[in-house]
Design a binder for this molecule. Structure first.
Ligand SMILES: Cc1cc2nc3c(=O)[nH]c(=O)nc-3n(C[C@H](O)[C@H](O)[C@H](O)COP(=O)(O)OP(=O)(O)OC[C@H]3O[C@@H](n4cnc5c(N)ncnc54)[C@H](O)[C@@H]3O)c2cc1C
Length: 281
């Protein structure tokens, strides 16, 4: 089972973030800003409001100044290959298949739900039993673990201890909470988000897929993928936004129709037996 646990994070992350941003925009020295924070001349609510405003901008480097340490266990090597492709703002330690050997011909692995649903999990288990036996035999024959592991499947489980800064975590969630990402990565990203949300809700809520209302707010994947995505129903595709903008510039916006005026002028509020509610079709 996949488990994600937040081990620790930068102390007082909101204060760190405020200090980082304020230093950029203030005539005061960071020491003077710090004093004002300490003696509460700058109240918490003001710090939060200021950070919220900055988070709407592209000024992202201050977000690198706070970090989160997470333990992640029970994930497959299929997941870990993807995870370690993230190169910036994240440090990984992963369970070794050289120093850790599997005993008694048994190794932990993940079975995807699709395999279970296809009724193929028993055959997979039988195959992995054979793999485990041969792995054991290799060990007994003096094959080192670093070579015996050539047998092991992508399904083999592994564990991580990571440190990731907030900017990198936002980027990972942008990509890996997107429905285009693999299910296991989506699950891990969602669990990381849940852990941060519990500890620092003001920041955790920004961890969204890139189409989230706190991120791009629209989909920048292909239109085909957008059309196939369940979130596509509530998020515009970027090409649709450009088409709308171009139509506006050319003065070609569709005029309001008779039914739109009927909705506007209806006696009953929209959606209450009078005109159709906005957004329904
Ligand atoms: C849906 C999906 C499908 C994928 N499919 C494949 C696939 O089929 N094959 C495959 O090999 N990989 C695939 N990947 C992995 C992908 O190519 C990246 O390796 C992965 O997203 C991590 O890289 P990153 O640049 O996004 O993030 P990071 O490596 O963490 O980098 C963060 C950001 O830093 C910047 N950056 C980092 N390094 C450099 C650099 N050297 N030069 C300039 N800027 C840099 C970039 O702006 C980048 O977005 C897929 C990823 C996703 C989300």
């Amino acid at each position: 089972m996949i488990q994600v646990t937040l081990l620790s994070h930068s102390p007082e992350p909101m204060r760190s973030l405020y200090m980082a941003y304020r230093t950029c925009y203030s005539q005061l020295t960071p020491q003077q800003v710090f004093e004002r924070v300490e003696d509460e001349r700058i109240p918490d609510a003001e710090m939060r409001r200021f950070i919220e405003e900055r988070l709407k901008t592209g000024h992202a480097s201050p977000l690198e100044q706070i970090s989160f340490e997470l333990a992640i266990s029970g994930v497959s090597r299929a997941f870990s290959h993807q995870f370690v492709r993230h190169r910036v703002g994240i440090s990984f330690e992963q369970q070794s298949q050289r120093y850790v050997t599997y005993k008694g011909g048994r190794f932990p692995y993940t079975v995807p739900e699709t395999v279970r649903r296809a009724g193929l999990d028993a055959r997979l288990a039988a195959l992995y039993d054979q793999v485990g036996e041969l792995y054991e035999e290799m060990g007994a024959a003096g094959v080192p673990a670093e070579d015996a592991r050539f047998l092991l499947p992508n399904a083999t489980n592994t564990n991580f201890k990571i440190t990731v800064n907030f900017q990198a975590l936002l980027h990972i969630c942008d990509l890996r909470l997107c429905t285009r990402a693999q299910w296991e990565f989506r699950k891990v990203a969602a669990l990381m988000r849940a852990e941060v949300l519990k500890a620092v809700p003001e920041l955790g809520r920004y961890l969204q897929p890139k189409c989230g209302e706190h991120r791009l707010g629209y989909c920048d994947e292909s239109e085909k993928d957008w059309a196939a995505c369940p979130i596509g129903r509530v998020r515009p595709h970027k090409d649709a936004l450009f088409r709308l903008y171009d139509a506006h510039r050319r003065g070609e916006l569709q005029p309001l129709r008779a039914e739109d005026w009927a909705a506007i002028e209806a006696d009953a509020p929209a959606g209450e037996g009078g005109a159709p509610a906005a957004g329904t079709s």
